[in-house]
Design a protein around this ligand. Sequence first.
Ligand code: NAD
Length: 237
Amino acid sequence: MESEQLRVLADMDYETLASLYLNNHFIFCPGPSTELELKPGLSALVTGGSSGIGKALVVALAQKGIFSTIIDLSEEKGKEVASLTETEFLKFSVKPEFPAVLFIKCDVTDTNEIKAAFRKHIDTYGGLDICINCAGIGSSIPFDEDRTDGGKSWRLTVNVNLIAVIGCTQIAIQKMQETRKPGVIINVASASGLYPLYTDPIYSGSKGGVILFTRSLALYKHQGIRINALCPEVLLS
Ligand SMILES: NC(=O)c1ccc[n+]([C@@H]2O[C@H](COP(=O)([O-])OP(=O)(O)OC[C@H]3O[C@@H](n4cnc5c(N)ncnc54)[C@H](O)[C@@H]3O)[C@@H](O)[C@H]2O)c1
């Protein structure tokens, strides 16, 4: 795209831009006037932060002096990550009155628990700069063998992997809009959301949903809120 076209798009108001976008005139989204720059003192909320990819992200953020709230069902592992992260934080003298990490035992499928966790994060750190939706599960019973109502199998997978991601993204956007500061939301999807996973169609479907949900939020970039999906291939966690 030519630079003049880019400038014209960047100057458009949100409604014009949205209508052009919805009418499929282009799939390009102009950048925000401001974008979040990673620096010590920011704060992140990470679901599924007790283990695997979420844990690695919490530690990586701490190495940049970024405070985290870990939201997870696993209290034991969450507290281990919290103490690991506290040592990373010792080299930063930024906002020493804030805890390096907050662990909140919480089920991402429980709307009230999730709302309370976001509230606690904001009360503790005074805002929300980064939200990483990483909690995820595979199906516990093969789809074609499942004779249950799905409440503890395929419905749960969809609830954790897709519905909870939608709910947390919505709350994160609202919190970021309230503070009128740039923010970043990362939804951890999967390569299995880009192409079929024949052994777990529910997992694949839920991650595919996360990808198109996230891509459909691209225009929030116009408000300084960058929302992306991550699609890892298989990795040991
Ligand atoms: N490991 C992989 O190969 C791989 C590949 C692609 C995508 N992913 C995705 O990356 C994310 C992290 O995967 P991982 O391999 O690190 O998994 P993991 O099992 O190590 O970590 C997931 C965490 O989510 C938590 N969790 C699960 N259900 C929850 C709930 N209802 N409420 C709160 N917390 C809950 C678990 O307690 C756990 O700590 C998942 O969304 C997964 O689908 C993983």
